[in-house]
Design a protein around this ligand. Structure first.
Ligand code: HEC
Ligand code: HEC
Length: 249
């Protein structure tokens, strides 16, 4: 994704929100206001995302926070497979679909361990301008774990909605290739439960893991994680209600 070079026009991004209320952003804003001296350290978007003036913004996890190869953790691997199915890059049997080719060509996800590690090392070197390697590594790993935790919640929600398609309780939209939620074409999701799943994925999960990466645990927790917990609870209740209504009396 492209980042704006002027701080002003990026203020509507959630990344700006999570950054500006993090220690990094607060210091940057205090510097701008003249409350902190100019030589004080305060990384801004470009410090971390355009290393050495490189404008090709490319991160280890990318915008969707999925990658290959699959993790060794069995539960996480199962959850990620469900998410990849809902992104339409794996079919319901777990085989690659033509969409995987598109993902490859658009370079929106890292598809090898080496590719991921390269981006991670670049980021670590940036943190290391101001922090110890060990501190930065541990912080980024905490954010990796946040992805694992959000995947747990999201995969469960996807399976609930997939179950409704498969049991004919919810009508699969025409545009979906498989009897499975399609997270990339959910804009025209026809029902409340489907819209909820779309928001859970694109809005709340994104805030949870990117908030963690942007050194703002408070934001990650309140605007990301706890919203996801509520999403899942409501999706579960709606799924039960839909099943009740569909049951023969
Ligand atoms: C202190 C370093 C740092 C600063 C400052 C920072 N980011 Fe990030 N950003 C990260 C890290 C780390 C990740 C996650 C990288 C990964 O995937 O491992 C990330 C991820 C992202 C992502 C999602 C990944 C993607 O490829 O799309 C976006 C978008 C983003 N940042 C935008 C911004 C914007 C906009 C700002 C300024 C308002 C900003 N960042 C400031 C470190 C930073
Ligand atoms: C340009 C210097 C700079 C860079 C680059 C930088 N930071 Fe920071 N970071 C700071 C400063 C300064 C603080 C504030 C320290 C304080 O308040 O005690 C801070 C605070 C933090 C905190 C909060 C610590 C706390 O006590 O709450 C975390 C977490 C953090 N940084 C992680 C990172 C990570 C991860 C990266 C790389 C993605 C990074 N930082 C890159 C300067 C930097």
């Amino acid at each position: 994704m492209k980042l704006s070079s002027s701080e002003g026009s990026s203020t509507r991004l959630p990344q700006w929100e999570m950054y500006s209320s993090s220690k990094h952003g607060v210091r940057f804003l205090l510097k701008q206001a003249g409350a902190l001296p100019q030589q004080v350290a305060a990384p801004k978007c470009q410090t971390c995302h355009m290393q050495q003036g490189n404008h090709a913004v490319r991160t280890a996890w990318g915008f969707l926070a999925v990658r290959l190869p699959m993790p060794e953790d069995k539960q996480w691997a199962t959850d990620r497979a469900t998410i990849l199915q809902a992104l339409g890059v794996l079919d319901p049997e777990g085989n690659p679909t033509p969409r995987l080719e598109i993902v490859k060509q658009a370079d929106v996800a890292r598809l090898t361990q080496e590719d991921w590690q390269k981006e991670r090392d670049k980021m670590l070197a940036t943190c290391n301008q101001c922090h110890s390697k060990n501190f930065a590594k541990a912080e980024l790993e905490k954010a990796d774990q946040m992805i694992r935790e959000t995947d747990r919640l999201l995969a469960e929600a996807i399976r609930l909605v997939a179950g409704l398609y498969q049991d004919g309780i919810l009508k699969k939209p025409e545009s979906y290739a498989y009897p499975f939620p399609d997270l990339l074409t959910f804009h025209d999701a026809p029902t409340v439960i489907e819209q909820r799943l779309f928001e859970m994925h694109l809005k709340h999960r994104m805030r949870a893991f990117q908030g963690a990466f942007h050194a703002n645990p408070d934001y990650a927790l309140w605007y990301g994680w706890s919203e996801m917990v509520r999403d899942l609870t409501e999706i579960r209740e709606m799924a039960e209600e839909l099943r009740r209504r569909a049951a023969p009396r």
